[in-house]
Design a protein around this ligand. Structure first.
Ligand code: F3S
Ligand code: F3S
Length: 100
């Protein structure tokens, strides 16, 4: 799956949202999150982010490595919402984001 890393925090440009064919990018208070089990690895979100926050999970720079876990764990207890368009924003960010 693709992952949204630290540069998105407090920016949330949302250009990525319009590109995603499966609508699997969800909003948190300070960052957007890709639901890793809904992402089909199309990669369309990566080049449009103006702050280069999006990476394929295996290509994350070392400094952002914990975001792979963050984008997965933030959906614990939420599961597979099936699309962000009609989904309320997540109530809280992952601890990794809160610590930024
Ligand atoms: Fe964030 Fe970039 Fe999308 S700033 S909301 S990952 S376009
Ligand atoms: Fe969507 Fe990006 Fe995955 S456009 S399908 S989140 S690679």
């Amino acid at each position: 799956a693709y992952v949204i890393a630290q540069p998105c925090v407090d920016i949330k440009d949302k250009a990525c949202l319009d590109e995603c064919p499966v609508d699997c990018i969800y909003e948190g208070p300070r960052k957007m999150y890709i639901q890793p089990d809904e992402c089909v690895d199309c990669g369309a979100c990566e080049p449009v982010c103006p702050v280069e926050a999006v990476f394929y999970e295996d290509d994350l720079p070392e400094a952002f490595i914990e975001y792979r876990i963050a984008d997965r764990e933030v959906f614990d207890g939420i599961g597979l919402p099936g699309g962000s368009r009609d989904h309320d924003p997540l109530a809280a960010d992952h601890a990794v984001v809160e610590a930024v």
